[in-house]
Design a binder for this molecule. Sequence first.
Ligand SMILES: *[C@@H]1O[C@H](CO)[C@@H](O)[C@H](O)[C@H]1NC(C)=O
Length: 209
Amino acid sequence: MIHILLIVCSLFTFSANAAVQDFCVADLKGPDTPAGYTCKPAAKVTVDDFVSTGLRFAGNTSNIIKAAVTPAFAEQLPGVNGLGISIARLDLSPGGVVPMHTHPSGSELLLVTQGFITAGFISSANTVYVKTLKKGDLMVFPEGLLHFQVNAGGVTAVAFASFSSATPGLQILDFALFANDLPSKLVEATTFLDDATVKKLKAVLGGTG
Ligand SMILES: *[C@@H]1O[C@H](CO)[C@@H](O)[C@H](O)[C@H]1NC(C)=O
C-alpha cells in the first residue's frame, strides 16, 4: 500500500515538473514590456534562439569613442528573455572609452580578456571606485550606478560584460546631456557649464538647441 502511494506521489511530482515552463523565448514581434517580451510558442522555438555567434567578432571602433559594444540581450539572443541574464562584448581601441553611463535594470560583471582597461563606478554617496584591470580580471558595477571604461594600454582591449537582466538598458551621460535637443540654456542651468562648452559638446556629439 505504501509502495503504491509512493509511486503515485512520484508520478504526480514528475507530471508537475513536466508542466513547468522551462523558458520564455522572446517573441520579438510582440511587445517589449517591463517584465520582458511575451513568449514565442514552444513549437516554434529552435536551438538558434539559445545561441549567439555575434560576439566572435570585434565590433567596429571607428567612431568618436573608439569603442564598440556588441550586445547579446533579449533582442539579439531571444533565449535569455525572462532568465535575468545577458552579455555583451566590448572592444576598445587604443584611446577608446565607454563614457560615463548606467544600466538602469541590471548589475554588470566585466571580464577583461585582452589588454588593459581602467574601469570605475561612482556610488550614490559619490564615492569613486576605480581600478586598472588586465586580462583575467573582473570588476562588478552595481545596478543603476554611473560607471565607465577606458583603454589603459597602447593595444586594443577586449572585455565581456554580463548583466543580471536580459534587458539591462543603457544610458550614456554625455549623450543624455549633449546629443539631443535639450535647450543649451537648460543644460547650462543644470550642469553649471558655460554656454561655449555646452555648444561645443553639442556640436561634437550631434545635439541641437
Ligand atoms: C566601420 O565604421 C566606419 C564609420 O561608420 C565605416 O566607415 C567603416 O566602413 C566600418 N568598417 C567596417 C569594417 O565595417
